[in-house]
Design a protein around this ligand. Structure first.
Ligand SMILES: Cc1cc2nc3c(=O)[nH]c(=O)nc-3n(C[C@H](O)[C@H](O)[C@H](O)COP(=O)(O)O)c2cc1C
Length: 210
């Protein structure tokens, strides 16, 4: 994986915070659109029932810059859904080793299931993506023997919209609304860092010591 960044990374060495913000969002946009992008997956950190931290990798499915929303998909039965329903606060983390760029976002996550939002993304999901939502066991459940997340009847089948349709019952969309977006760029000449806060309906930039 060696994808060219969608913008010149020189912007991050400059003083123009608007250019930096546009650069961050363009890198994020490329991440959700391009499977080869280093930003195509992210770490999603949440708070568990005991107030402890938990983190896992998820696929970056969509970005709505106007709404400041990052979209991810998950199995409704997975522990992270319980955590988010209890406490919607989350941190999202991306790192592109090739670009030496880290992006970290604080967000509040809404879980959508069996509603119009979930239905729209379910209908536009590829059958291969829909297949795992037919998994016989909930993610993280102890199993009596080694299992995969593919239901026996789909194991050797050609997956179609029809034979994966039942998975809608466990399909959930996580929409994370960003309130703070922090960036860190590593340069041999000295690292650079700053963050954007969403305040009074606008992004405010603050330089930070790296
Ligand atoms: C590359 C990669 C991509 C993944 N994408 C997703 C995803 O989009 N959604 C998801 O729920 N889990 C995804 N997983 C699995 C999660 O990391 C995690 O194991 C699973 O969701 C259970 O998390 P939980 O027990 O914290 O709820 C992915 C794992 C990897 C390694």
């Amino acid at each position: 994986m060696n994808v060219e960044p969608p913008v010149s990374l020189d912007a991050f060495a400059g003083e123009d915070s608007q250019a930096i913000r546009e650069g961050v969002f363009q890198c994020l946009r490329q991440g959700c659109l391009n499977r080869q992008s280093p930003f195509h997956t992210l770490s999603l950190a949440t708070v568990d029932a005991d107030g402890g931290p938990e983190v896992r990798t998820v696929v970056f499915r969509g970005l709505d810059v106007q709404q400041r929303q990052v979209r991810m998909h998950t199995d409704l039965r997975s522990p992270k859904v319980v955590s988010l329903q209890r406490d919607p606060r989350a941190t999202l983390l991306w790192y592109a080793p090739e670009w030496k760029l880290q992006v970290r976002a604080r967000a509040s996550v809404a879980v959508h299931h069996a509603d119009e939002v979930a239905a729209a993304y379910w209908e536009s999901s590829h059958p291969r993506s829909r297949r795992v939502y037919n998994a016989p066991y909930p993610p993280g459940a102890p199993t009596p023997h080694a299992v995969t997340d593919i239901a026996p009847h789909l194991l050797d089948a050609v997956v179609t919209m029809e034979n994966t349709a039942a998975g809608f019952g466990t399909f959930a969309v996580m929409l994370a609304t960003i309130t703070r977006l922090e960036w860190l760029m590593l340069y041999a000449s000295g690292n650079r860092r700053g963050c954007f806060h969403w305040q009074d309906a606008a992004w405010r930039h603050q330089w930070l010591a790296p």
